[in-house]
Design a binder for this molecule. Structure first.
Ligand SMILES: *Cc1c(COP(=O)(O)O)cnc(C)c1O
Length: 408
């Protein structure tokens, strides 16, 4: 499938997702855990931007045991697409959401005594699987360690509850011993449960970093996101894991023009060309999630110095920060002027043969890439399915290899 045909279907910008690479990464991660340890594939936030439904299918295909999402809507999307595998909703639900979650056979996380009481009140003839979440150091959501046994005992009395698991989430704090300390607290809870004769078959604490850094913490299940999408978490050991890139964000040049030296470019005119320049326009902007860098406050003097040096270098035209360059035919070129809502200028003066329609590779913080950017699913580089701007899935040509009934 060529650029022209993809553009005909979805326009001049899209995110290409390699389903084979998603599957490869899941199988590669699986090799790092024992057969007793299950793998929950995290597909929250639209599968980190890769598209929840197709990614979930790929991971299940490759042997994932469980799926994980943050909220009810994400669970609903998977069920609506016909995915029947177990799905854990990891954030607390509002009481009003419980019945829907139960009716869709989604697994619920109970993170507080109040949450347990709300679940106890629900009138249903269905059963719901529940995991208890324990606070061990992230200070986000979870039962305090000493609450776990009493809450678990209460929940065991509820006929509509299947108490299936207990888990915690790592803060990945840089402080030495912080992760070990979380694990110690979690283990103490597990021991107390055991001593109270409460058996929860799925005990889990590891995310991608935990999986790589702490094999002794794998327990009954690991919850993996980052690695499955082809990225290594910051500072984690690689353990010989070979991941495949799953993602490419492409746009095509839609306009080219020349401007003399000294020309202000873009909104506010706050970029001024230093030389006669050739500018190209790509159909991508901040509405797509492009180049939205979080405003950070320097943590200390070192940090402050680093920011200042970066700013000075940028002034001298020496470096572009992350997201301020794109790649054309293997060459990095700078974004110039302010990124617009849907259009962005790049400086192609140094490249001799750029034409309208030329393919541009763009870096973007993946989970913030707009869901309105079309996703083109490929096996290898061969497209077979497209998720259009409106969210529908459409087959490409005759290469469809997934079930058709799943189109929604
Ligand atoms: C996001 C998330 C994960 C996965 O984390 P990665 O570092 O991407 O592997 C696991 N557990 C919970 C509760 C999460 O929110």
């Amino acid at each position: 499938m060529d650029l022209e045909n993809i553009t005909k279907m979805v326009g001049p910008r899209w995110i290409e997702i390699d389903t084979e690479a998603l599957e490869h990464n899941l199988m590669a991660v699986k090799k790092l855990i024992t057969p007793q340890t299950r793998i929950l594939a995290v597909v929250k936030a639209d599968a980190y931007g890769a598209g929840a439904v197709e990614s979930a299918r790929a991971f299940l295909n490759a042997g994932a045991d469980y799926l994980g999402v943050t909220n009810l809507a994400e669970g609903q999307e998977l069920r609506k697409a016909g995915i029947t595998a177990p799905v854990l909703i990891m954030a607390p639900l509002m009481p009003e959401e419980l019945l829907t979650a139960i009716s869709l056979n989604l697994t619920i996380t109970v993170s507080s005594r109040l949450g347990a009481e709300e679940l106890a009140k629900v009138k249903t003839d269905k059963q719901v699987r529940v995991h208890l979440k324990v606070e061990t150091g992230l200070q986000r959501t979870g039962l305090e360690p000493e609450e776990v046994v009493p809450v678990a005992s209460d929940m065991l009395k509820l006929p509509h509850v299947i108490l299936e698991g207990v888990y915690s989430h790592l803060a990945e704090a840089a402080r030495p011993g912080a992760t070990e300390n979380q694990f110690k607290i979690f283990n103490k809870v597990l021991k107390e449960l055991e001593e109270s004769n409460i058996k929860l078959p799925l005990r889990h604490i590891c995310n991608s970093t935990g999986l790589l850094s702490h094999p002794e913490m794998h327990l009954d299940m690991v919850r993996i996101g980052t690695l499955l999408y082809g990225q290594f978490p910051y500072r984690a050991p690689k353990r010989g894991l070979e991941l495949k890139e799953t993602w490419r964000f492409k746009a095509r040049v839609i306009f080219i023009h020349d401007v003399p030296a000294g020309t202000p470019v873009g909104y506010g005119g706050d970029y001024v060309t230093r030389r006669d320049s050739r500018l190209a326009v790509i159909p991508v902007g901040y509405a797509d999630g492009f180049s939205l860098t979080a405003v950070a406050r320097p943590k200390n003097l070192n940090d402050l110095a680093r920011y200042l040096v970066k700013t000075v270098l940028a002034y001298l035209g020496r470096v572009g920060g992350e997201g301020t360059t794109v790649t054309i035919a293997g060459q990095k070129v700078s974004v110039v002027g302010r990124v617009g809502m849907q259009l962005t200028m790049i400086d192609i003066t140094n490249l001799s043969n750029v034409e309208i329609g030329q393919e541009v590779d763009i870096n973007i913080r993946r989970p913030t890439a707009s869901t309105r950017l079309p996703r083109v699913y490929c096996r290898g580089r061969q497209p077979y399915l497209v998720r259009t701007t409106s969210g529908g899935l459409e087959q490409v040509g005759s290469n469809l290899t997934v079930n058709q009934e799943v189109l929604y």
